[in-house]
Design a binder for this molecule. Structure first.
Ligand code: URA
Length: 302
C-alpha cells in the first residue's frame, strides 16, 4: 500500500486512539483534512441511490480522504440542502434592528434543532459589536472564555482578532462579531478544552446566523476560518483554497481568511501576511482608507 500524507496522518491518529489519547493539538491543515474526511464519510453514509452521481462506486464506511490541496469545488447538498437564505421557519418581528436581534437572541436561547443534538453545551453566546455596521465577522463557535463571558471572541483568539481590527483602523464596537454556532461544542470531562463544531451542529445553528445577516445587512462579511466559511457558503474546501478572493452570499461579498487562532499557533510572518492581504482586500472593497504603512505590514524586510 502506498503511503500518502493523508494515510500517514490517519495512521498516526489511529495509533493515538489505540493508546487512549483523547486530545491532540492539530494544525489548520490537519483540521482541514479531518473536516474533509468527516464530510466525505457523512456524505457516503447518507447517499443510498446507486444512480446518484456522487455515490461511491463501492460502499465504504471510511472512503479514502480527498487531498486537501485539491478539494472538490462542489457544494454539499446533503449537508446544506437549502439555498443560502434564511429558512422560512423564522419570522422576524416588525420593529427596529435591535428588536429583531433581541428576537433572534431569545430564539437562539431555546433553539430546538441545536438543543436536540445534545452535543452542544447549555450556555448560548450570541454576538457582540455594532449592528449598524457595514462589516460583519463570523467565527466558528464560542470556546471556554466566550462561554464564561457570554461574548464571542474574548479569549486569546479574540485578542488576536482585536489586533487585526486595530491594524485595519477599527475596533470591536465598530463591527458586528458573531459565530456560526451559538453554543460551545461539548466534550467528555470538558474543562478549558474546546472542539470545532460538527457539520450537524453547524447546520442546526445556520438559520440563526443567516437571519442575523438578514437583519444587519452588512456590506461585507469576513468568514474567520474553515468552519464559518464552509458553513456559510456551503462549499467544501480548505481555507487555503477559499481565501484570496470574494465569494457571494446572497449578494453580500464574503472574504474567507484563516481563523485568528491559526495565527496564534503559527508565528510565520508569511501566514500573517496572508490574513493581512485578505484584510487589505476587504478594506479596499469597502472603500476604507489604506495607508502605505498598512500596505506594508508583514512584508519580509529587505
Ligand atoms: N473562536 C471562535 O470561532 N469564536 C469565538 O467566539 C471564540 C473563538
Amino acid at each position: 500500500m502506498t503511503s500518502t500524507p493523508n494515510s500517514l496522518f490517519r495512521h498516526y491518529l489511529d495509533s493515538l486512539i489505540q493508546r487512549g489519547t483523547t486530545r491532540a493539538s492539530l494544525t489548520e491543515e490537519a483540521r482541514d483534512v479531518l473536516r474533509t474526511w468527516y464530510v466525505t464519510a457523512k456524505k457516503g453514509s447518507r447517499v443510498h441511490s446507486p444512480s446518484s452521481p456522487s455515490s461511491p462506486s463501492s460502499p465504504s464506511p471510511r472512503p479514502e480522504p480527498q487531498p486537501t490541496k485539491t478539494p472538490p469545488p462542489s457544494t454539499n447538498p446533503e449537508l446544506f440542502p437549502e439555498e443560502r437564505k434564511p429558512s422560512s421557519s423564522i419570522t422576524l418581528p416588525e420593529g427596529t434592528m435591535e428588536d429583531k436581534l433581541q428576537y433572534l437572541r431569545d430564539l437562539a436561547q431555546n433553539w430546538k434543532p441545536a438543543r436536540d443534538l445534545n452535543s452542544l453545551r447549555d450556555t448560548m453566546v450570541f454576538a457582540t459589536g455594532n449592528p449598524h455596521t457595514q462589516l460583519m465577522l463570523i467565527g466558528e463557535a464560542p470556546g471556554y472564555y466566550e462561554e464564561v463571558q457570554r461574548e464571542p471572541f474574548v479569549g486569546r483568539a479574540g485578542e488576536k482578532l482585536n489586533q487585526i481590527l486595530k491594524a485595519m483602523g477599527l475596533s470591536r464596537d465598530m463591527v458586528y462579531i458573531s459565530n456560526i454556532v451559538k453554543f460551545r461544542p461539548s466534550l467528555p470531562n470538558q474543562r478549558t478544552n474546546n472542539r470545532a463544531p460538527t457539520p450537524e451542529e453547524i447546520e442546526a445553528c445556520l438559520p440563526i446566523i443567516m437571519h442575523e445577516i438578514q437583519v444587519i445587512q452588512p456590506k461585507m462579511i469576513i468568514a474567520l476560518g474553515g468552519t464559518a466559511a464552509v458553513g456559510l457558503l456551503g462549499e467544501q474546501g480548505s481555507v487555503s483554497s477559499m481565501r484570496g478572493r470574494f465569494h457571494d452570499l446572497n449578494g453580500i461579498p464574503v472574504r474567507v481568511t484563516y481563523h485568528p487562532s491559526y495565527l496564534l499557533r503559527s508565528d510565520n510572518p508569511r501566514e500573517k501576511r496572508k490574513v493581512w492581504e485578505d484584510m487589505l482586500a476587504v478594506m479596499e472593497r469597502m472603500g476604507m482608507p489604506v495607508s502605505e504603512k498598512q500596505r506594508g505590514y508583514f512584508l519580509p524586510r529587505e
